[in-house]
Write a protein that binds this ligand. Structure first.
Ligand SMILES: Cc1cc2nc3c(=O)[nH]c(=O)nc-3n(C[C@H](O)[C@H](O)[C@H](O)COP(=O)(O)OP(=O)(O)OC[C@H]3O[C@@H](n4cnc5c(N)ncnc54)[C@H](O)[C@@H]3O)c2cc1C
Length: 371
């Protein structure tokens, strides 16, 4: 019996949607999303920054997919009418010859990512409210409307014949006769489909979906959950570019930075707070203001505390715990001899949004080789 679908994707965040769009060019695709909206978990709780690709370990998927994905994303936004802006960003340092800034500059050069070194005076000319002794200007960094981006991915996938189902929860998958026999739940009850291949793009729930597919989860790298909070800054924007401090040592986060949205509003964040489990607690406590003020005033001394307001939070699915070195994205192929092809996408934290189109290409290529 032929399968109902060539590929079934679990999870309708930006990664699942990008995979659906790429794979549906020449395959039948089903995507299931448990919520009533696509992209309502991590994909709508981030900074919406298109990263240049400066930060990640040499040779990592994060590095190569961010650089390739950034170029693809700008082209996609242009072609599909997704609002975006190449704002450029300043990474600021407290001393003129800061070793970390030098390292980032050398890395940018080795990767052919354009950057410009700025002195204190040049910073002052571009961003009079910023206090720093040196900065690296990255003109390739930008922002996008991630919601319109996901809508366009959905529309493209559907135009190519993919079936994208909301309010549909993946319950389990069993490999039978070389196919996946998949059990799904909607408000009308449970139903089954068969599929030749599966992709687990369930983000924070990746390990739960892996367990429901019969994968031995002890073989997977453990998942850690790290919340990041944001504060909005009311009133007119004090900056024209994105302003980033130097990244945190273990790259748990990029430091509490200032981003702009397409309406010109400034927000600060995200911080890093490891939490137990991924309970969807997204409130931002006003008590975090003190911590935010301290971090922000290191590069924006005139920050007006009364203009800072708790905004939103997102949760990073991380493969490194507190104090551990940053881990790469993992594409884990479940190679049980009795199972049909199944790829688990693990630890797709930042720069996942920027990398989404390149990651979808990578998964498409990988899926063709999995038998
Ligand atoms: C604070 C923060 C800031 C960030 N900033 C940036 C940035 O500026 N630039 C950048 O490039 N990246 C950024 N990222 C990273 C980026 O947001 C993520 O890499 C990306 O959104 C991950 O998308 P995803 O599709 O893998 O996961 P998700 O968006 O979480 O999607 C997974 C989906 O799977 C669904 N699902 C789970 N289990 C089931 C099930 N059993 N059945 C059906 N559906 C299921 C969920 O409901 C969810 O919608 C940031 C992340 C965070 C947390």
């Amino acid at each position: 019996m032929p399968a109902d679908f060539d590929v079934t994707i679990i999870g309708g965040g930006v990664i699942g949607l990008a995979c659906a769009r790429t794979l549906s060019a020449d395959r039948s695709v089903l995507l299931v999303e448990q919520h009533g909206l696509f992209g309502s978990e991590t994909s709508s709780r981030n900074s919406e920054v298109i990263h240049a690709g400066l930060y990640y370990p040499p040779g990592s998927l994060k590095e190569s997919l961010c650089i390739a994905g950034r170029k693809q994303l700008y082209a996609f936004c242009e072609q599909h009418d997704v609002p975006y802006r190449r704002t450029g960003k300043l990474i600021v340092a407290p001393s003129p010859d800061h070793p970390e800034l030098n390292r980032l500059e050398q890395k940018a050069q080795s990767l052919n990512i354009p950057t410009e070194r700025l002195t204190r005076q040049e910073i002052n000319e571009r961003e009079p409210h910023v206090r720093a002794e040196a900065a690296l200007f990255s003109p390739e960094t930008g922002i996008l409307d991630s919601h319109t981006y996901m809508l366009r991915l959905q529309q493209e996938a559907e135009r190519q014949g993919a079936l994208l189902m909301k309010r549909t929860r993946y319950l389990s998958g069993k490999a039978e006769n070389g196919l996946w026999n998949i059990s799904l739940q909607t408000s009308d009850g449970e139903f089954r489909v068969t599929s030749e291949r599966m992709i687990n793009a369930a983000g924070l729930h990746s390990h739960d979906v892996a367990a429901r597919s019969g994968t031995d989860t002890s073989l997977l790298p453990p998942l850690h959950y790290c919340r990041g909070h944001y504060f909005s800054y009311q009133g007119s924007a004090p900056f024209r570019h994105l302003i980033y401090p130097l990244p945190e040592k273990d790259l748990a986060g990029l430091g509490i930075h200032a981003t702009l949205d397409l309406g010109g509003q400034v927000r600060f964040g995200p911080d890093t707070q490891f939490i137990n489990g991924h309970s969807r607690v997204y409130e931002v406590s006003p008590t975090l203001k003190t911590k935010f003020c301290r971090a922000i005033s290191s590069y924006f001394p005139n920050v007006d505390v009364s203009q800072l307001h708790p905004d939103y939070a997102g949760i990073r699915p991380k493969l490194s715990g507190p104090g551990e070195p940053a881990q790469d994205f993992v594409i884990f192929g479940d190679n049980r001899p009795e199972a049909a092809p199944l790829l688990h996408l693990l630890g797709i934290e930042s720069p996942g949004l920027t990398s989404s189109l390149a990651l979808a290409d990578k998964i498409t290529a990988r899926l063709s080789t999995e038998t």
